[in-house]
Design a protein around this ligand. Structure first.
Ligand SMILES: Cc1cc2nc3c(=O)[nH]c(=O)nc-3n(C[C@H](O)[C@H](O)[C@H](O)COP(=O)(O)OP(=O)(O)OC[C@H]3O[C@@H](n4cnc5c(N)ncnc54)[C@H](O)[C@@H]3O)c2cc1C
Length: 269
């Protein structure tokens, strides 16, 4: 029996991201949102592990009330219970503060359920913040071993063998449980919900965990903008200039020579 947690992030379903010029944070209101694609792969990996070994899959997200929709999506594709970690005090959190809050929320969920997690899955990275920091940072806060970029895994007793993506191919990394694993694009696709599972998910009760929750013991110095060492100097939408140069008509070697000359003229090489 495996007690599994998957941390999922609700992300904007668009590349047309708008940034608040004053607060330097993403404008999320009115923007269609989805479950972060790598988290959907992590959830599918978790549900397959549960189907093979038995147990339970819990999902958790830190975010505003609208993030409940992401949790309902997860409940419709195999998650058994869901927790929304939400509080104004968490607003403005950078990755260090986010990972700290999530690690405290894991302890709060374990206190509420009376069960500790055998494995925590995160996505390799979120497609909006894109830092890939939260997973490993959570492992550090909780003093857990972690393996990143998983594409598959096998379990043998309290040992997990993780297939880890590398530039050259893949590694097999063996880790003692409990552990944290971040998941990249898997060879299998996340499953689709059925009408029945979607309706059940819409009726499901999602437990909210706030900063005043007795099980949530946070150091106020580590929360929100105050607890975030990342100081955003400037945010701007880079202008996408289309004035590229296409070298046509020349044979390979000649084209390369021409490109080298152009780069040389531009003092790039
Ligand atoms: C100064 C500052 C202020 C910010 N203020 C805000 C703000 O007010 N609101 C806001 O939404 N963002 C804010 N951000 C962005 C926010 O810090 C990051 O988006 C967040 O920390 C996650 O980092 P990331 O997107 O790079 O995730 P990654 O590190 O790339 O995510 C890796 C994995 O961690 C897990 N994960 C990440 N975030 C969450 C989450 N929230 N819940 C559950 N699992 C998660 C997922 O499994 C994900 O795949 C702010 C950033 C800075 C620097």
């Amino acid at each position: 029996m495996m007690n599994i947690l998957v941390c999922v992030k609700q992300v904007p379903d668009t590349t047309e991201i708008k940034i608040d010029p004053v607060k330097h944070t993403l404008i999320r209101e009115g923007v269609p949102s989805i479950v972060n694609p790598f988290d959907a792969c992590a959830l599918e990996m978790a549900v397959r592990l549960k189907e093979k070994e038995g147990g339970k899959v819990t999902v958790a997200t830190m975010g505003p009330a609208q993030a409940k929709n992401a949790l309902k999506e997860c409940l419709s594709v195999g998650a058994d219970q869901a927790f929304l970690v939400t509080d104004r005090a968490f607003g403005g959190s950078d990755t260090l503060a986010t990972s700290y809050i999530l690690s405290r929320a894991v302890k709060a969920i374990e206190a509420k359920t009376g069960e500790t997690f055998d494995v925590i899955f995160c996505g390799k990275q979120a497609i909006d913040g894109d830092t890939a920091q939260v997973g490993p940072e959570m492992a550090e806060h909780m003093d857990l071993p972690h393996v990143t970029l998983a594409t598959g895994l096998e379990l043998e007793g309290r040992k997990m063998r993780v297939v880890r993506d590398t530039d050259e191919g893949h590694d097999i990394v063996e880790v003692e449980l409990p552990a944290l694993v971040t998941v990249t694009k898997t060879p299998f696709d996340p499953r689709y919900p059925s009408i029945k599972s979607k309706m059940a998910a819409n009726r499901a009760v999602i437990t909210e965990i706030t900063n005043s929750d007795p099980d949530m013991v946070c150091d106020p110095e580590c929360l929100g903008l105050h607890g975030s060492p990342t100081k955003v100097k400037k945010t701007f939408t880079p202008n996408q200039s289309k004035d590229g140069v296409i070298i046509t008509g020349e044979a390979g070697a000649d084209a390369a020579m021409k490109l080298a000359a152009m780069l040389n003229d531009a003092k790039i090489i």
